[in-house]
Design a protein around this ligand. Sequence first.
Ligand SMILES: Nc1ncnc2c1ncn2[C@@H]1O[C@H](COP(=O)(O)OP(=O)(O)OP(=O)(O)O)[C@@H](O)[C@H]1O
Ligand SMILES: [Mg+2]
Length: 494
Amino acid sequence: MSEQYLLEMKGICKSFPGVKALQNVDLQLKAGEVHALLGENGAGKSTLIKVLGGIYHAEEGEIIIDGQKVNIDGVVAARHAGISIVHQELVLVPYMTVAENIFLGREPGTKMNVDRRKMVEEAQKLLDTYEMNIDANMLVERLTIAQQQMVEIVKAISFNSKILVLDEPTSSISDKEVGFLFNTMRNLTKAGVGIIYISHKMSELAEICDRVTVMRDGQTVGTKVVKETTTDDLIALMVGRELTNYYTRDYLEPGEVILKCEHISDGKMAKDASFELHKGEIIGFAGLVGAGRSETMKAIFGLAPHATGDVYVKGEKVKIKSPIDALKYGIALVPENRKEEGLYKVQSVRFNSTIEVLGSFIRHLHVDGKKEEEITQKYIDMMKTKTPSQDQIIGNLSGGNQQKVIIGRWLATEPDILILDEPTRGVDVGAKAEIYAIMNELVKQGMSIIMISSELPEIINMSDRIYVMNEGRVTGCLDHDTVTQESIMTLAAK
Ligand SMILES: Nc1ncnc2c1ncn2[C@@H]1O[C@H](COP(=O)(O)OP(=O)(O)OP(=O)(O)O)[C@@H](O)[C@H]1O
Ligand SMILES: [Mg+2]
């Protein structure tokens, strides 16, 4: 008699036009375990979860819960089967309050007469349990992305489901919130809940997961006990080869100062940031979430209406009032929230790749289609973006592949100064290594790069110099050959 699983997915197949997203996928979840689902961008993780959640209907395969075959033909059926999911893309209703979102479809009171007071009270209680400092009456559109992500998590947990799925829940929340989340997960598994956990942060595996199933190209390639395997082995399973040279960096003699910023403020989070960037350098910006790094860069890029401070490009003082001005001075910025800022979700990969450079190949109102295609292909190849064609609607790509298109879009502007805000967030380990190699190549060709990152190993291994910020100010600058995680953390709290 085989062991009874809480959940079994057997022989699941799901295709989209031109893509076999899932081919005979198996997954077994035990009660009381955290089961990681690992795989490259586009491997099929989210698709598998959407089949489980009743969003997609599998062409083949079965789902068995507590030994019983179940038919999950919609979101409601999934919920009845005891499944609760935090999806990779945030799905809260922006114009509703936090409380309304949490209790959507299951409001206390009657359908005609919702007990609003109770709803807000209960929601606030939930939020407070996680020390979230969010008012349950607040409109969701006013929350930061991290806050929205936490609200989704709290909402999913509040269903008291026996199967909880988290699809990249920690992509934008801070360490403190990750800590709360992991504690909650531990408590839930003690109570017998089974958790499926998707993340590209390999370090989280050892910390929170018991077993791991690896997917590659729409198939399951193995299930392992986390304690009995190594990160290197898992990466090899994931990408189908050994990954040597994770970080690529040839340190060069930096050239002249190409960008100098003094006393940059955006009137809000960025208070007084000064720094210099030399030609051919990568400078890293480290700090805790909320240190004002993104805001400083947005102010420089012309995205903060009340920005103050002085910006010099190649020694010349410039006034940048909008991203168009910034591009004119050769500055490009790949934003942190690539899904929210600048993704044209129902447009094609080609449109999304070329939108910033379109102006350069429109002649007499006629778009040079061949050039558009060439540029798109160049960056699909460079970023190794997985898409069936350039015509694919970008919203249909996997989360990580959407990110790659947006990074490519800004590379296509061929800037002198490239600002990357959390460039490897949401991308798989193999693609991370590729992004590092591309960055190294770009600076060798004379580009200069500013990288904001919350991942200290990446900052330390890729930067010539590291600026650290706290509360909107630059608190210090560290050199790559003497920097340590501790020295960064000290400055981050200064
Ligand atoms: N609605 C859709 N229409 C067409 N193709 C889709 C759709 N959803 C997913 N795909 C394709 O299915 C494949 C698997 O995508 P999926 O989102 O499951 O990947 P993933 O493993 O979650 O990747 P990531 O780590 O980037 O989130 C990809 O090739 C993707 O382009
Ligand atoms: Mg996904």
